[in-house]
Design a protein around this ligand. Structure first.
Ligand code: CTP
Ligand code: ZN
Length: 159
């Protein structure tokens, strides 16, 4: 079933990516994790707190002219573990994938403990975390036991 056009807050896009089913309040964090600051040349639409057919309310981010890399798709799961990534061409959804946040994260996030072995410049140790909670995100460093919060992860990508 297609979304009725009277329910669209923002028009359909011609080409690019629609990140749908983002938890309410996480749209700006999705944009931060993608490293989008506004000056990159993409047209970006942020839709917050709209009705979702699946459950309650949701946020949506539409990025016209951009296709996401696999790394970018994986990153979105950190703040929107049930997001749908829709690739749009000629106004049609040509590919729909659901993000996945694994139980263990390797290499995507840095440990916030400066003396963790994963932060030693000479140690080729990949930071590895156990996912304790998905929303809100809570990670446990497997090397030093530090708990890393969603806000720490966002700072690592958005400065
Ligand atoms: N969309 C868009 N521009 C297009 C096509 C789709 O902005 N040219 C948006 C739709 O508004 C919707 C999302 O992309 O928010 C996914 O579109 P579609 O698969 O048609 O909607 P649904 O069937 O409702 O998706 P789902 O089953 O994933 O909820
Ligand atoms: Zn650590």
């Amino acid at each position: 079933m297609k979304e009725k056009s009277k329910e669209l807050v923002v028009r359909k896009i011609e080409r690019g990516t629609v990140i749908d089913h983002i938890p309410v309040g996480q749209a700006l964090n999705v944009i931060r994790l993608l490293g989008i600051k506004g000056g990159e040349g993409y047209t970006v639409a942020v839709v917050m707190n709209v009705d979702s057919r699946k459950h309650g309310k949701k946020d949506i981010v539409k990025v016209e002219g951009k296709e996401l890399s696999a790394a970018e798709v994986n990153r979105i799961a950190l703040v929107a573990p049930e997001a749908t990534i829709n690739v749009i061409q000629d106004f049609e959804v040509v590919k729909k994938t659901t993000v996945k946040l694994p139980d263990r994260l390797q290499g995507m996030v840095r440990c916030t403990n400066p003396s963790c072995i994963t932060n030693k410049p000479r140690e080729p140790v990949t930071p590895t975390f156990r996912v304790l909670s998905r929303s809100p995100l809570l990670l446990l460093c497997e090397y030093c036991g530090t708990r890393v919060l969603q806000e720490d992860v966002i700072k690592q990508y958005a400065g």
